[in-house]
Write a protein that binds this ligand. Sequence first.
Ligand SMILES: *[C@@H]1O[C@H](CO)[C@@H](O)[C@H](O)[C@H]1NC(C)=O
Ligand SMILES: *[C@@H]1O[C@H](CO)[C@@H](O)[C@H](O)[C@H]1NC(C)=O
Length: 375
Amino acid sequence: ELLHPGPEAAERGVVLAPDGSTVAVGPLLAGLEVGLKRAAGTPAAPAPGDPLYAVTLAEALGTSYLLARANGTRATLGPGGCWDDVEDPQVFTLVGPPSPVPDALANGALDGVLLGAQLAETPAPLAALLRGYYHPGAAGERAPSSFRRRRFGARTGPEKLEEEVAAALRLLRVLPATRSLLEDVGDEEAAAVARRAARDFVDAYVECPAVVPRCMWGARPYRGTPSALTPPLPFVYIHHTHEPGAPCRTFAACARAMRAMQRFHQDTRGWDDIGYSFVVGSDGYLYEGRGWHWVGAHTRGYNSRGYGVGYVGDYTASPPDVDALALVRDAFLPCAVRTGRLRHNYTLRGHRQMGRTECPGDSLFREIETWHGFQ
Ligand SMILES: *[C@@H]1O[C@H](CO)[C@@H](O)[C@H](O)[C@H]1NC(C)=O
Ligand SMILES: *[C@@H]1O[C@H](CO)[C@@H](O)[C@H](O)[C@H]1NC(C)=O
């Protein structure tokens, strides 16, 4: 049923992984099936392209961009969604109209490719493979699933994905069920569809970092009426939260930290909402505070000029771990520029340069002094 889903599949065939990401099971199982067949030496049915990509991602992505070509208002990627209760998840609801590639399908496809390839090379019992991938290590190391974007990006560049989508389109052209979608699409246009689909997917799901939405960390509503930012903004301000003073290393701990900060900012400080635009966990994820669109309360006097990005922890004596630093420096900031949220010539500052505070801590401040855009 999961491999051949009905129309409600986008909200039904998904699970909440321990790292807080929602994963569509269909493309995951399809990738595992290809991996098992490869490990057993079963020849694949003759088809253009690599079946591991075709069954997980390329066909859905190709179909999505073909449908959008016929109907310009159709969504091509996304959206994300929310669970009724993250402690006891039963019902998942998308936050907007579904495209053929909702976020959960993208996650399931990345996992299907990564785990299918792993299984083909090193056969293992499925339970051990899945537990090892989705659960934190015995010593509390991050679950490999929280690195899925980086790992997928390391094995699959935009050119490779473009080739696989182009191959999927060649297949869709001859299949009776989809032939009509390509009736008036020439080879050159098909190539352009593949290029755009691959580029957009890599931008959204590989090169940009995943952001945990407010509904997933259990945010209270904003109080009052938010003011809109006018991107692209010229500044980014880096903070540490100081309190909580310890980095959060799991989805549950980071979500708890977010709720505690929002309570403190709303109830004690009397602000409308959690102050930061985004918060950085040490679990591999960014958490949505005020987000891209709304003015925050992070850097007095400058809130409408820049995004405020806060690291969970106290970074006076030692810096955040290398992955948490890389998440902002190498993924979040370039993504913000590419997507038009931040000016290409943005200036990056530590909170202490803008007011009387030690924030973001001596150690984190020394790190960001080496970052692109620091002044
Ligand atoms: C185009 O796509 C939108 C969004 O998916 C949908 O609401 C609309 O009905 C579609 N229009 C046509 C003519 O298919
Ligand atoms: C950044 O670029 C914009 C145009 O894109 C320009 O108006 C602005 O003056 C530049 N700012 C700096 C600090 O160079």
